[in-house]
Write a protein that binds this ligand. Structure first.
Ligand SMILES: [Zn+2]
Length: 256
C-alpha cells in the first residue's frame, strides 16, 4: 500500500504522531469538561424556560382570581340593588320576578366564589414548581461556573502550547505524503492513535503479537507497514531488553 513511500515520510509521520500525542495529553486533561459545560448550559436554558412559563402561568392565574373577585363584588352590588327593589315591589308578579333574579345572582356568586380556592391552589402549585426550578438553577449555575473556571485554568496554562502544536501540526501535515496522511487521519479518527510502535513484539495499538518477519521489515524501514489487526501504522520496533550475563573476568595471574 505504501510501497512508494520514502523514509522521509516515516520520519514526518513520527513527528506528527508526537505532536498529536502531546495535543491529546492536554485534551485529556480537559476531560469531558467541554461536553459537561455544553450539557449544563442546555439544561440551564431549559430550566429558565420552565421558570419563565411557570411565572407567566401563575400571573395568569392571579389575574383570573382578581377578575373573579371583581365580578363577585359587582354581583354583590347587584344583590343589594335587587334586595332594595324587592322591598319596593309594587305587585306580586314583579316581586316574584325580582326574587327570581335575586336567586340567580346569588347562585352566580356562589359558582364564582368556588373558582377562587381552586385557582389559589394552582398558584401555590406553580410557586412550588418555581421554587424547585430556582433551586435547580442555583445548583446547576454553581456547577457550570466551577467547570468553566476549571476549563479556563487549563486553557490558560496550556492554551499557548496547544496553539503552537496546532501550527506545527499544520506544517507537518503539509510536508507529509498525502496518501499516508489521509490513511493516518482515517485510522486516528476511529482509533485515537493512528501510528504506534511495536514494543516487546506487540503492536501498541491492539497489543497483538506482530510476526517476526514484519517486525524485521518495520525495523529496516524499507517501506511503511501497518498492523494487520488494527490497521495502525508502525513507526518502529523496540525490542525486549535481554539481560546479557557478562562473564566474570578473572584477574590473570601476573606473568612476572
Ligand atoms: Zn495493532
Amino acid at each position: 500500500m505504501f510501497d512508494a513511500i520514502q523514509k522521509e515520510s516515516l520520519s514526518h509521520l513520527r513527528l506528527l504522531e508526537e505532536i498529536d500525542a502531546q495535543y491529546d495529553a492536554i485534551q485529556e486533561e480537559k476531560g469531558d469538561l467541554p461536553q459537561q459545560i455544553a450539557v449544563l448550559t442546555k439544561t440551564m436554558e431549559n430550566l429558565r424556560q420552565t421558570l419563565l412559563s411557570e411565572q407567566k402561568n401563575s400571573q395568569t392565574l392571579r389575574d383570573l382570581v382578581d377578575q373573579v373577585r371583581k365580578n363577585v363584588k359587582e354581583l354583590e352590588g347587584r344583590v343589594e340593588f335587587q334586595q332594595e327593589a324587592l322591598q319596593k315591589a309594587k305587585d306580586d308578579a314583579s316581586y316574584e320576578e325580582i326574587s327570581e333574579e335575586l336567586e340567580i345572582t346569588k347562585l352566580d356568586i356562589k359558582l364564582l366564589r368556588r373558582k377562587i380556592p381552586e385557582n389559589l391552589q394552582k398558584i401555590r402549585k406553580a410557586e412550588a414548581t418555581m421554587d424547585e426550578v430556582k433551586k435547580s438553577i442555583f445548583i446547576k449555575e454553581n456547577a457550570l461556573r466551577s467547570h468553566q473556571e476549571k476549563l479556563k485554568e487549563i486553557t490558560q496554562v496550556h492554551g499557548e502550547a496547544q496553539e503552537k502544536l496546532s501550527q506545527e501540526r499544520k506544517k507537518m501535515a503539509e510536508k507529509m505524503d498525502p496518501i499516508l496522511y489521509a490513511y493516518y487521519e482515517r485510522v486516528r479518527s476511529v482509533k485515537e492513535r493512528g501510528a504506534v510502535k511495536i514494543i516487546d513484539n506487540a503492536c501498541q495499538g491492539c497489543f497483538l503479537v506482530v510476526p517476526a518477519q514484519k517486525q524485521l521489515d518495520v525495523s529496516l524501514e524499507k517501506s511503511v507497514y501497518t498492523c494487520e489487526n488494527c490497521g495502525r501504522i508502525f513507526m518502529g520496533v523496540i525490542r525486549p531488553v535481554v539481560e546479557v550475563k557478562k562473564k566474570k573476568i578473572r584477574p590473570r595471574a601476573s606473568r612476572a
